[in-house]
Design a protein around this ligand. Structure first.
Ligand code: SF4
Ligand code: SF4
Length: 175
């Protein structure tokens, strides 16, 4: 079952939403206590360079309790889940975890997941990669492939259905 089916069949689950709200409250307490808005997270954020996501502002908005506004905003879907903000934070705050919680809340509220994000999730659930192996072109115009760089082939799950079930089980535990 793909992520589209899973999210479209989802009815609004009060219990799941309550748990997500509690998780956000815990993250908010953590952020309010430790985050001093230095913006080091935003300075290193890949999505900030391309898509104007500002993780320090996400933390600030959560501190102010503007959860629904963020859940309704497309900006939460631009996070690349690279975890750089968590690694860079001198206070061990993790804006990426706030963004995960907001995205989960959006899905639990029946909000539509953007198409590109759905494609990425479907790929991750099907073969464990957010996208298929790419051929890239360097700034000098040269083409690079994995084989050309003497890298081994990427392994993909031999039993996609079993792999998908495992991913779903782990994902549900992390909600
Ligand atoms: S790096 Fe950490 S402390 Fe600084 S703004 Fe970001 S979350 Fe807050
Ligand atoms: S995890 Fe998201 S918010 Fe954090 S640095 Fe990466 S793209 Fe930015």
């Amino acid at each position: 079952m793909g992520i589209t089916d899973l999210t479209s069949m989802a009815e609004v689950e009060t219990e799941a939403r309550r748990e997500l709200n509690e998780r956000l409250l815990r993250l908010r307490e953590e952020a309010s206590y430790y985050c001093y808005q230095c913006a080091k997270c935003t300075a290193g954020c890949e999505a900030h360079k391309l898509l104007e996501l500002e993780p320090h502002r996400i933390v600030a908005l959560l501190k102010r309790g503007l959860v629904q506004e963020m859940v309704n905003s497309d900006i939460i879907w631009t996070c690349l889940s690279c975890f750089k903000c968590k690694e860079r934070c001198p206070q061990k705050v993790a804006p990426v975890n706030i963004l995960f919680a907001l995205k989960n809340l959006a899905v639990a509220s029946g909000k539509e997941v953007p198409g590109d994000y759905t494609a990425m999730l479907t790929s991750a659930m099907g073969m464990g990669l957010i996208q298929d192996v790419q051929t890239v072109t360097t700034r000098g115009g040269e083409t690079r492939t994995r084989e050309g760089l003497c890298l081994p082939p990427i392994s993909v799950p031999t039993d996609p259905a079993k792999f998908q079930m495992t991913v779903m089980t782990v994902a549900m535990e992390k909600v």
